[in-house]
Ligand binder design. Structure first.
Ligand SMILES: [Zn+2]
Length: 168
C-alpha cells in the first residue's frame, strides 16, 4: 500500500494497531472517531463561514451595484430635467403632500374660532363687518328673531345688541 498518513505508511499503522491490546484498540478507535468528528465540525464551520462570506460579498456587490444604478438613474433624471426644463413631478407631489400635512391641523382651528368671536350689532344690521357681504334674508331674519347669526360667508358671529338690551 502506498497510502501515507502524516508521512507514515498505512500498513505500518495497521500493523501497530493490530498488536495493541483490546482496550488500546478501542481507545485508538475512539480517538480516530473524535478526530474525524472534530474534522467534520471544523469543515462544517469553515464551509458555513465561506458560504456566509460569499453570501455577504454577493449581497454587498448587489447593494453596491444597486447604489451605483440608483445614483446613475438620479443623475440621468436630474440631467433630463435640467435639459428639458420641466419640473420634477416627484418633488411637486412630495411638496403638496407636505403642505397638506402641514395644513390639516391648522384648518381645524379657524372652524371653531368664529363661533367664539361674536360682535354686537344692531338687530337690523345688513352687512358683515368681517367680509363685507350683505346678510341674506334668512340671516337677517335669524338675527332679528333669535338675536344672533353666523355669517354664511366667513363664519363670524353676530349678536344683536337689541336683544341684550331687552334681556337687561
Ligand atoms: Zn362675513
Amino acid at each position: 500500500m502506498d497510502v501515507n498518513i502524516f508521512g507514515v505508511p498505512l500498513q505500518e499503522i495497521v500493523d501497530w494497531f493490530l498488536v495493541q491490546p483490546l482496550y488500546g484498540q478501542i481507545l485508538v478507535l475512539i480517538g480516530v472517531i473524535a478526530v474525524l468528528a472534530l474534522a467534520v465540525v471544523i469543515a462544517y464551520y469553515v464551509i458555513k463561514g465561506v458560504a456566509y462570506l460569499i453570501y455577504y460579498l454577493l449581497k454587498g456587490i448587489y447593494y453596491l451595484l444597486k447604489g451605483i444604478g440608483l445614483l446613475f438613474y438620479k443623475l440621468c433624471e436630474a440631467l433630463y430635467y435640467a435639459i428639458s426644463g420641466k419640473e420634477k413631478p416627484n418633488a411637486n407631489i412630495q411638496e403638496q403632500q407636505g403642505v397638506e400635512v402641514m395644513q390639516k391641523p391648522v384648518q381645524q382651528v379657524p372652524q371653531l374660532q368664529p363661533q367664539k368671536v361674536v360682535q354686537f350689532v344692531d338687530h337690523d344690521a345688513a352687512f358683515c363687518t368681517e367680509c363685507g357681504n350683505e346678510f341674506s334674508q334668512a340671516m337677517a331674519q335669524q338675527l332679528h328673531e333669535k338675536g344672533f347669526v353666523y355669517c354664511i360667508n366667513c363664519g363670524k358671529g353676530f349678536k344683536s345688541n337689541f336683544m341684550q338690551i331687552e334681556v337687561q
